[in-house]
Design a protein around this ligand. Sequence first.
Ligand SMILES: C[S@@+](CC[C@H](N)C(=O)[O-])C[C@H]1O[C@@H](n2cnc3c(N)ncnc32)[C@H](O)[C@@H]1O
Length: 377
Amino acid sequence: MAGPSEGALVAPDGKRQQFGSRFLTDPARVFHHNAWDNVEWSEEQAAAAERKVQENSTQRVCPEKQVDYEINACKYWNDFYKIHENGFFKDRHWLFTEFPELGPSPNQNHMKDFALENKKSEIPECRSSDNGPGLTIKEHQKCSPSLEHKKQMLPMEENVTQKLSRLEICADEFAGSSATYRILEVGCGVGNTVFPILQTNNDPGLFVYCCDFSSTAIELVQTNSAYDPARCFAFVHDLCDEDQSYPVPQDSLDVIVLIFVLSAVVPDKMQKAISRLSRLLKPGGMMLLRDYGRYDMAQLRFKKGQCLSGNFYVRGDGTRVYFFTQDELDTLFTTAGLEKVQNLVDRRLQVNRGKQLTMYRVWIQCKYRKPLMPNTS
Ligand SMILES: C[S@@+](CC[C@H](N)C(=O)[O-])C[C@H]1O[C@@H](n2cnc3c(N)ncnc32)[C@H](O)[C@@H]1O
């Protein structure tokens, strides 16, 4: 299975640059490195990719098998993890470069800019009532979104805002209820994003939730020596199951992460899944996604008879994958009431120097934010 991995590129300051910066200017040098960034596709190459997709989509999987892949989706992923255990999707060196929101001091990284953008005009009620613990719950509820941001901006207010954040969410305790920064990873697999977050982000107020519908994957997360129930809660959850609730209240999460998971969901269930997740975000909270883009090498490699519906395929092991356009993802997130912060396509040329092979990868990366004020239009 084609997994997400790409060449690390390091800037003079020692940090990897977003999307890298190794550009192929001389085609004769293609085999001089393992990967090239921001590769431009020629018109012929794009047309050839389109033809390949048309070709491999002509013959669709029969309806009975389609039903089987849908109702047994979780079983196919369980089987996958039973075979591979945690040997897959290991490469995450790009994680904190692309998503600084997950790393140490996330507040400085994304909430500070956000606060500057929104300044006083957006948070008048809270400006006048941030002086102490004498707030009533009602007052707080009125301005809770802004207070959440203020909390991120001003660490010295932590005691007051921590208390307020507890009041705000609900009276009941839930795992991570006293945390000040909550991240949920959906479709976490064996924890290749979760564990780097726990290891790298030393914010004492951090709590990480992670879920997957594969109980095998979740068991591997829970039995990993780096799993710490004081900082993390892994649970089995199907993001398409509307009857199953998440173990956190609405408006309680700072970040939701979706890495190569939405593509595994049948397209007609994507919107509801994203809309449900959006409700869990705090106002100002971010949804982060990285996933397969249209005409990625993995899409072009499918053979006739593996296509389920437009741009949606089943692999030999019964797991499924969709290849997105930027516009499709924009529609999914904005329909869920989120605002675009980033929606980029990452085109990379990977090279197998030994075999003299070139592989054109296409990934899409999105960041969408829940507005501070509900959209009334
Ligand atoms: C390509 S893997 C990516 C795993 C992980 N995000 C990573 O990058 O290592 C897709 C994951 O999505 C999970 N998944 C697929 N459909 C799901 C659903 N409806 N609900 C929850 N998890 C799902 C699979 O079990 C699998 O772990």
